[in-house]
Design a protein around this ligand. Structure first.
Ligand code: FEO
Length: 397
């Protein structure tokens, strides 16, 4: 096979972004991200999705290198978020006769973003497009991750072009498929990608998985991260789990601290839990750790303990921001503990208890409220919370 082929006639023409600091202007990319696009060469040529605007020239050069004098006949637009659609207008300029394929929700977005109204083909649920020996079938998966999102399936190849579904942060270091690279570092990034980008849409993801469950799938071509061949079951299982908001036993402790008192209480809680035999504990200082990592771990683990000083009569801002991010993701169930401190009038702990009540999560132990500085004696107030969490996790009391 050639340098760009995943299987005969199926080429990878995506790009790595190792420059962008924040995905969507929000989420850190310590190991970059890939924008994946695929070229199917048959009697006709179909391109599946495009890439971010920063990489249009590289993208078009890759396509031209493979096709030479041949043209792109169809562009299939599975998803309109600009990390995948921003090269549509340039592709049309390079290949003026290309037909742009989308559904009833895609086509107005193409006009709204890129002013293109001509040369489009509207497809509906289950429609097919024959490009030679291969057929492409379109399935709508709205809200995974935008309302227009669809997947494209090739029954002859048993390949699904899945859009953002099954995607992950992390650029592709040489390998394109999971057979060609060490997948170890992608699993945590898949959790972080899901929790931050798709995490609000658990129910639509479940509907999409149910719809696709009857299709034989040998290869998953997502728009971000590796092409999955050897790990398709694991990837589908992980997305199923995350979209059910199912979590492993474990504790995330996330705190804000201005002068170290809440930090000392957080460390005390972590230490007491460890003494009880709880080994799966992750501690975050929210002034230093980006919320994307905390959100990832709240999707991974079933217990969250949050601490905050009272600040301007409210929660400490990074804590308030985390709680807003959690609310937006509509996580239906978690176990929750809280603590906080104040100097002259306490508000933080009340706000934390209002939060857990609004979320409908289960409050563990009693909220712990410190007036002014931490002392070991004040810290003893965390022991009932520690006992409750350890007991629930099946550890010794
Ligand atoms: Fe990777 Fe929703 O775009």
């Amino acid at each position: 096979m050639t340098r760009t082929e995943i299987r005969p006639g199926l080429h990878y023409v995506g790009v790595n972004d190792r420059t962008k600091t924040l995905f969507e202007g929000l989420w850190p990319l310590p190991s970059g991200v890939s924008y994946n696009s695929y070229l199917l060469i048959d009697e006709q040529v179909a391109l599946i999705d495009t890439v971010d605007a920063c990489y249009t020239d590289t993208f078009l050069a890759k396509i031209a290198e493979i096709l030479g004098e041949r043209k792109v006949d169809y562009l299939i637009v599975n998803h309109m978020e600009p990390d995948h659609s921003a090269s549509i207008a340039a592709l049309r300029r390079a290949y003026p006769d290309v037909k742009i394929v989308g559904n009833a929700k895609t086509l107005p977005m193409i006009e709204g973003y890129y002013g293109i109204t001509e040369g489009t083909v509207k497809v509906n649920e289950g429609d097919t497009l024959c490009i030679g020996k291969r057929t492409l079938v379109f399935y709508m998966i709205p809200m995974v991750h935008w309302p227009e999102t669809m997947v494209t399936y090739s029954p002859e190849e048993q390949v699904v072009f899945s859009g953002d579904a099954f995607g992950t942060f992390g650029a592709l270091d040489g390998g394109i498929t999971d057979r060609e690279l060490d997948t170890t570092r992608y699993w945590d990034e898949m959790y972080r990608y899901y929790a931050n980008i798709v995490g609000k849409y658990g129910s639509p993801v479940q509907k999409a998985l149910a719809k696709l469950s009857s299709l034989p799938v040998r290869t998953i071509c997502s728009t971000h991260g590796p092409v999955w061949i050897d790990h398709t079951e694991k990837v589908i299982g992980l997305y199923d789990r995350m979209s059910r908001y199912d979590a492993d036993p474990g504790v995330v402790i996330a705190y804000g601290s201005m002068y170290g008192n809440n930090a000392r209480l957080a460390e005390r809680i972590a230490r007491e839990l460890a003494r009880k035999g709880v080994s799966q504990i992750v501690v975050y200082d929210l002034s230093r750790s980006h919320a994307s990592y905390v959100l990832r771990d709240v999707f991974k683990y079933d217990t969250l303990i949050v601490g905050s000083p009272t600040y301007n009569g409210n929660l400490f801002p990074p804590v308030e921001s985390l709680l807003r991010d959690l609310e937006h993701r509509c996580i239906p169930h978690r176990y929750f503990g809280c603590f906080g401190s104040f100097t002259w009038a306490g508000t933080a702990v009340r706000k934390l208890t209002e939060f857990v009540s609004a979320m409908g999560w289960e409050l563990m132990g009693e909220p712990i409220e410190m007036k002014q500085g931490y002392t070991p004696e004040k810290g003893d107030a965390c022991l009932p919370l520690v006992d409750a969490v350890a007991e629930r996790l099946g550890k010794k009391s």
